[in-house]
Write a protein that binds this ligand. Sequence first.
Ligand code: ADP
Ligand code: MG
Length: 629
Amino acid sequence: MRDAIVGIDLGTTNSLVAWCDESGPRVLADADGVRMLPSAVRFVRGHAPVVGHVARRDAHLHRADTVLGAKRLMGRGHAEARSAAPELAPWIVEGVRGLAAFSVAGRALLPQEVGAEVLRRLRAIAERALGRRVARAVITVPAYFDDGQREATRDAARLAGLEPVRIINEPTAAALAYGLGLRGRAETVAVYDFGGGTFDVSILDISAEGDDVVRVISTAGDTHLGGDDIDAAVAGHLAARIVADGHGLDAASSAWRQALLDAAEGAKVALSERASASVDLALPDGTSWSASLTRADFETIIGPLVARTVACCRTALADAGHPQVERVVMVGGSTRIPLVRRAAAEAFRAEVYTAVDPDETVALGAAVQASLLEGRRSDILLLDVIPLSLGIETVGGAVAKILMRNQSIPARATEMFSTSVDGQVSISIHVLQGEREMVADCRSLARFEFRGIPPMPAGIPQIEVEFLVDANGILTVSARERRSGVNASVQVVPTWGLTREEIAGMERDALTHAREDMHRHRIADLCAHAALDLKWIGEALARVRDALDPAYVSDLESRAGAVAAMVEQGRGDAASCDADAFQRAKEELDRFSMPLHEASITRTLREHACEGPQVTVSGKAVRGTAEGT
Ligand code: ADP
Ligand code: MG
């Protein structure tokens, strides 16, 4: 077998290696399952260097011998190095040919030698994961890298035993990760890359034909603006609050400073998911301090940093001649911050793409480029129809299909859902792909918690779930509660991770199991709707039993008991259930409970309507509020 060409994102903060086969690109993990390798190298006299996580973690203990951010000096002259990376000044010395070098462990090392250590490690990770020799790579660099910086990156690869078959721009790779430019669609996109230490924005022209389908038309950015600055800003805010609480701080202690920065980063990451985060710190004076930070506070603190990225976006747009941008591809860990997503969408007045893990986008795109060079392009990225049906999980583990297989792209469909429990204020939306009727037999694509539904009785909230697959094949699932307008959404690339054979296999399975699957789905729906009916009957009886004929009540209770037994049986062993009999019993119970309905309405009209309890319950969606209940 010919050796593989891998894709490598050699980052300032983190580096990754990825591989693309016919099921699409994926990042390769090390023996511990970790996919991101910190671009940190500690040089130890007389020993092999320490690369990655351990070097990053212990950097403050071995600061003199640890190189962080070698990429900043890649291919730069000694004279310009200090202004390019003032924070690296203590390590910078003049190397060969007037180049900037790092002075560590008694040696002067060029940035390409440091980069080579990171690449060597990535190469080993790839060889282990793929089980074969890896000697060629596509490596990404920032769009603004000049020839010298690109050549230095090539040198780093060669030193690591990798032939750099192509050096591509990071924004180009990000676009390829979304399959942009591969479907023959022409469009203008922006790539907004907000990483750990740098911010880059590029405007790309994606043309329908030609060899180089992706062309960078303008770039702007700030080489000293990133997640690290966000951490520092949050740390500053925390330090001020600690002092305000009457504690003394040891500004000189680097270990303490690091602890504060770690706490700040932890809070930052938590706030990308939640509305508030708690911070717990052991203070240098021996006491402990805890506080909470809200997302609103956080957004105020980082507002000025985000505004700087927006200013760069304006520059890039102006330099490109103010084109209409159709999409913004979001890259870099800092784009997980909701404020950052909103700011990017506003700056370009365009929708943001967040389906691909922002840490991995560049590496995945490099792998797509590698597979194109090998002539092994992944058809999966290029399908112009939806390869497998898409839907969401409903009560009882059934799948409500929303977009059907073989529909052509772009496609859109909506369906109404509701809650299954009184006062339920959130539903968990589980997006699935596949032809089978039950969740267990389909493939899970994404999950998100739809929160903020106003408390109402079960079945009353009207939750509109929309599935939209755009012209690039990217799926956006959004949910909106009609009365309150609350909404949430998630994005996924629905076609990744499956080969053509796997898709064919799933289709065959669906045919084989069609009958039994339909049966299970029908039973699950019947159970869900009957359970809601039974619950309502129980509650209504408790209220108006006294207004009804006792003989009617006992007849109703025995019929309800029979349906409850069917629900029980359906949930335990759907296969043994007679769906037609179940359906008939449920319908008869519906008819038979009419007098109860009437009594209940009469009572309600007399009294005042009372509110349901305000409790938080998480449950599944119930399909089609109009039918059945
Ligand atoms: P680089 O391209 O510079 O190597 P990355 O793209 O790996 O950097 O981004 C790393 C940055 O992303 C770090 O500052 C990290 O704290 C930040 N980050 C990672 N996850 C989150 C998150 N969930 N919310 C906010 N920031 C995050
Ligand atoms: Mg990056």
